[in-house]
Design a protein around this ligand. Structure first.
Ligand code: SF4
Length: 381
């Protein structure tokens, strides 16, 4: 540490210059080669940023390539149907991200003639783009200064400045955004922001930060005071809620009834077999004939009341466990034959073959059930 550099001293111009220089040098050596770092195309960078929300880098990479192969420009995305966009989003979860991506593409085409705006305020007005994503697009694509705060940088900044309070509180957020603003250089803001995120992801990790490998410990308050493990303050994880649901594959000849999930529902815009929530208490015991019988009767009753369909040959064929945000879902998969005619409305329901369902956007559990039905069909001579 030089005489001019005091621990955590990032308030002087000299300390900021030193910090940026050390961080950039480290990044040149240690940056992971990620596909969205090899482009300055704002559209590709935006797609990657939206996909990376709530999803890991490793999981995003194949989706990113597939999506950009099908929708290589913002105009092609704007021209696509919501159903097709969701089909290419399938498996990433948090489907509102895919819906907003398409809506924002339409606005970029209509309001900005297909050119990405550069101003944070213009970017933030687009659906699904918050302050962080706006800053990421502006700095990564156009190399213009824009502060960023996301999970990795939030933790890094809190440690650098020794922030004791709650990083998610209004005052915590305001402090971190002001700090991020102060770090911004006039030139090469994109590289610096990438480097900040990478340092948070690779070195200044949630547990056991690798301070011995850090290029900037001389600028870190937490390091200077031995509080790397206690900053930022950790919140208790929210308790998982356990749900029991049934998904009902009703077939008529070789077609299955699927329902378009509505805007106020989980997985809006995706197709799914009719699904019902069941009483968790009733079905928590081991699998028994009595329980299966009770389950089939309860679902038949729900199908009669909610869809006005009459079914026969009910069978519990499969069981899945699935996690969605704070829910742990136990899903019973049942099959039925349709009995008699039906007046199911055509706008929200459709009869599709298993082959058609393979290219229909569905939630992950619906997709797994389709695969299971397909395997069963192939087994039956
Ligand atoms: S010294 Fe440790 S706590 Fe401080 S920024 Fe570096 S890795 Fe994080």
């Amino acid at each position: 540490m030089s005489g001019a550099e005091q621990p955590g001293d990032l308030t002087t111009a000299a300390a900021l210059v030193s910090f940026r220089r050390r961080l950039n040098a480290w990044y040149r050596q240690h940056a992971r080669p990620l596909p969205w770092r090899e482009t300055s195309d704002p559209y590709s960078i935006w797609v990657s940023e939206i996909m990376l929300q709530q999803t890991t880098v490793a999981a995003v990479i194949p989706f990113y390539h597939r999506f950009l192969t099908r929708f290589p420009t913002v105009r092609q995305l704007a021209d696509a149907s919501e159903e097709e966009v969701l089909q290419y989003w399938e498996g990433l979860g948090y489907y509102s991200r895919g819906r907003n991506l398409r809506k924002a593409a339409i606005e970029i085409v209509n309001q900005f003639d297909g050119e990405f705006p550069r101003a944070v305020a213009d970017l933030e007005r687009l659906p699904g783009i918050g302050r962080y994503t706006a800053g990421a697009i502006r700095s990564f694509a156009f190399d213009l200064p824009a502060p960023i705060v996301e999970a990795n940088t939030q933790r890094l900044y809190a440690r650098l400045i020794g922030l004791d309070g709650d990083v998610a509180s209004a005052s915590g957020k305001s402090t971190l955004w002001s700090f991020a603003e102060r770090l911004q250089p006039k030139k090469s803001a994109g590289k610096l922001n990438q480097a900040l995120m990478e340092l948070g992801a690779q070195v200044c990790t949630v547990s056991n930060p690798r301070c011995e490998q850090c290029p900037v410990p001389m600028h870190c308050q937490a390091f200077a005071t031995g509080r790397q493990e206690t900053i930022p303050t950790r919140k208790a994880r929210p308790q998982l809620t356990h749900l029991v649901e049934a998904t009902c594959a009703i077939h008529r000849d070789d077609r299955f009834l699927v329902r378009l999930r509505q805007p106020d529902e989980r997985w809006a815009g995706l197709w799914d077999f009719p699904r019902f929530e069941l009483s968790a208490l009733k079905y928590e015991d081991r699998s028994t004939q009595r329980r299966i019988h009770k389950l089939i009767r309860e679902c038949e009753e729900s199908l009669r009341q909610e869809l006005a369909v009459s079914v026969t040959q009910g069978e519990l064929v499969h069981e899945l466990k699935h996690g969605v945000t704070r829910y742990a879902i136990r899903l019973f998969c049942l099959t039925w034959e349709l009995e008699g005619p039906t007046n199911i409305p055509g706008d929200r329901f459709s009869w599709k073959t298993l082959t058609e369902l393979e290219t229909t956007p569905m939630p992950v559990t619906g997709r797994k059930f389709v695969s299971w039905l397909k395997r069963r069909k192939n087994r039956v001579p």
